[in-house]
Design a protein around this ligand. Structure first.
Ligand SMILES: C[S@@+](CC[C@H](N)C(=O)[O-])C[C@H]1O[C@@H](n2cnc3c(N)ncnc32)[C@H](O)[C@@H]1O
Length: 210
């Protein structure tokens, strides 16, 4: 994600991602937005409109601390918690349901055995009418699993599952589409070759609505 060796690329990808996906969310004063695995609140920065509520959750206490320091808008909240405990994290903080949900770069860190349960909880914290935006790197040909993989870019071990689009669809079918959501839009995020700097994977998005 950080690609610290290429700060320009990070900035350009961020800009293009927000430009492409944000209009699809159609945020307005009624938007209640849940950002699962919010990191330091990159997407919170992008929401410059007055919305009803933004709630970001991430299991890294360190990132949540930074997010809280960077953001001081009144109705923007950041909480520490695991995506797979999202329902209890929200109820602990007396939060309700949401009409806009961001899953930006998170499903790749959730194991297969936990994914159905996560999507089931997510569906429960969505309003009857809701939009979910998923942005994920997908495996282009095959599923790619990195386990205890040493990354030079991060100078640390890295674990991630790059599922194929069809594999992701199987999970979305069970967890969301059977619960009334449909795919409103989907596709590759970047058209520019320069922004797709991986051979085996590429950034993909789904907008689901019900
Ligand atoms: C690729 S980053 C994306 C951050 C943010 N969504 C963004 O787009 O800027 C992945 C984030 O997921 C968080 N994360 C990974 N596994 C998680 C889990 N099981 N529960 C909650 N957060 C998790 C990491 O701490 C990290 O902030």
């Amino acid at each position: 994600m950080y690609q610290d060796d290429h700060p320009e690329l990070v900035r350009e990808r961020n800009k293009k991602e927000i430009e492409k996906l944000k209009p699809m969310l159609a945020v307005d004063q009624d938007t209640k937005l849940l950002d699962v695995a919010c990191g330091i609140g990159r997407w919170a920065d992008a929401i410059t409109e007055n919305i009803k509520e933004y709630c970001g959750v991430d299991f890294s206490g360190e990132l949540i601390k930074i997010a809280n320091e960077r953001n001081n808008r009144e109705n923007f909240y950041f909480y520490e918690g695991a995506a797979t405990d999202i329902a209890s994290v929200l109820s602990e903080h007396k939060k309700g349901t949401y009409n806009t949900v961001l899953l930006i770069g998170i499903l790749m860190y959730v194991n297969d055995k936990d994914l159905d349960g996560f999507l089931e909880q997510l569906e429960h914290v969505c309003d009857q009418h809701a939009k979910i935006c998923i942005r994920e790197p997908i495996g282009l040909q095959d599923r790619l699993t990195l386990k205890d993989f040493y990354s030079n870019e991060l100078d640390d071990e890295y674990h991630a599952i790059y599922r194929t689009r069809d594999e992701l669809m199987k999970f979305l079918n069970v967890g969301l589409i059977k619960k009334g959501f449909h795919i409103e839009k989907e596709g590759f995020l970047f058209e520019e070759d320069a922004l797709n700097n991986r051979k085996e994977t590429a950034q993909y998005f789904f907008i689901l609505e019900r």
